[in-house]
Design a protein around this ligand. Structure first.
Ligand code: PAF
Length: 290
C-alpha cells in the first residue's frame, strides 16, 4: 500500500510510525512527471533502506520568472499509480502553501557555496538557492537516513552533497546514474516538449559529450590538453547542428573546479544548450588513466 501524505502533520505521523517499527527510510525528491530516470532512483532507494518515500513537489522557488513553472508538465495520477506498482511506501505531495506558508521570497534560504554561482547558477540566478532551500526542508521534514538524487543534474547533486556536509545533515546521499533513451538522449520531464525534428537536433548534445571524452583520451598521451580549445571545439560542433550553446565545461568531478589541462582524476564534462526555447542539460563522466 502507498500512503499519500498531503501535509506536514500526516508526514510526521507516518515518519514516527515507521521509525518506531525500526524502519530505515530513503527519500527520493522529485518534481513529478515521473519517468524511468526517477524509477531508477526509486530502485536504488529500495536497496538502500527498508522503506521508500517519494516527494512530488513542483518547487516554485527554483524557477526564474521567465521559466516554465506555470507550464511544467504534470502527470500526478499516473505518477501515483506507477509508484504504487513499485511498492513505494509513501508519497509526500503537499500544495505550495504547505511548504511556503509565508512569502517564499522572504523566508530563510539556503544559498549554497561558490559553486552555486557558476554554470547553471550563472545562467539561472537563484535557481540553486531554490533547490537547496527545498531539499533542506524536505530532509528536515522526512528525517530519512538516505536521500537519492540523479547524476543528470550533476551540479545540483554536488551542491546538495556540500550542503549536507557543511550543515551536518545526518543523511547519506546516494547518486543514481543518468538513464538515457536508446538514441542517447538523457531522460528529462522536459523532453516531452521536443517535436521530432527538435529531438533529432538535441541528440547532438550526448553525441558531442561522447566525442569530447574520446578526444581527451586520445590527446592525453600526447599531453595536448588545452581545455579552452577543447570546450570551444565542442561548442562549435553543437552550434553546427543548430543548437544554441550556453556552456560546455570540463571540470574536476568532485568539486567542479576548472580543468587546467593537468590531469585530474576523474573529470566531469557538463553542457547546457537551447533547442529553440527549450534548455537541455547533460553531463558525462571521464576517468583518465593515471
Ligand atoms: O531535481 C529535481 O527534480 C529538483 O531540483 C528537486 C531535487 C526535486 C528539488 O526540487
Amino acid at each position: 500500500m502507498t500512503t499519500l501524505l498531503r501535509d506536514i502533520t500526516s508526514l510526521r505521523t507516518w515518519r514516527e510510525y515507521e521509525g518506531q517499527r525500526g524502519k530505515r527510510i530513503a527519500l527520493v525528491p522529485t518534481m513529478g512527471c515521473l519517468h524511468a530516470g526517477h524509477f531508477h532512483l526509486v530502485e536504488l532507494a529500495k536497496k538502500a533502506a527498508d522503506c521508500v518515500i517519494v516527494s512530488i513537489f513542483l518547487n516554485p522557488l527554483q524557477f526564474g520568472s521567465d521559466e516554465d513553472y506555470q507550464s511544467y508538465p504534470c502527470s500526478f495520477d499516473q505518477d501515483i499509480e506507477q509508484l504504487k506498482q513499485r511498492q513505494v511506501a509513501a508519497v509526500f505531495a503537499p500544495e505550495s502553501e504547505i511548504l511556503y506558508p509565508n512569502p517564499m521570497e522572504t523566508c530563510t534560504h539556503v544559498r549554497g557555496n561558490d559553486l552555486a554561482q557558476s554554470l547553471e547558477g550563472e545562467s539561472r540566478p537563484g535557481h540553486f538557492t531554490g533547490v537547496l532551500t527545498i531539499v533542506a526542508k524536505l530532509l528536515n521534514l522526512v528525517q530519512a537516513q538516505v536521500a537519492v538524487f540523479g547524476e543528470k543534474d550533476y551540479q545540483q547533486l554536488q551542491l546538495i552533497r556540500c550542503m549536507v556536509k557543511d550543515l551536518n545533515f545526518p543523511v547519506n546521499i546516494v547518486a543514481g546514474s543518468t538513464v538515457r533513451d536508446s538514441d542517447g538522449l538523457a531522460l528529462s520531464s522536459r523532453n516531452r516538449y521536443l517535436d521530432t525534428a527538435q529531438r533529432q537536433r538535441a541528440l547532438a548534445l550526448p553525441k558531442t559529450l561522447r566525442n569530447l571524452t574520446d578526444d581527451i583520451r586520445e590527446r592525453q598521451a600526447s599531453q595536448e590538453l588545452n581545455p579552452d580549445v577543447l570546450e570551444w571545439q565542442a561548442k562549435k560542433q553543437l552550434e553546427k547542428t543548430g543548437l544554441q550553446v550556453d556552456y560546455v565545461a570540463i571540470r574536476a568531478a568532485d568539486n567542479l573546479a576548472a580543468f587546467n589541462g593537468v590531469i585530474h582524476l576523474p573529470l566531469r564534462i557538463l553542457a547546457a544548450v537551447y533547442v529553440d526555447q527549450l534548455r537541455l542539460i547533460d553531463n558525462i563522466a571521464l576517468k583518465l588513466d593515471a
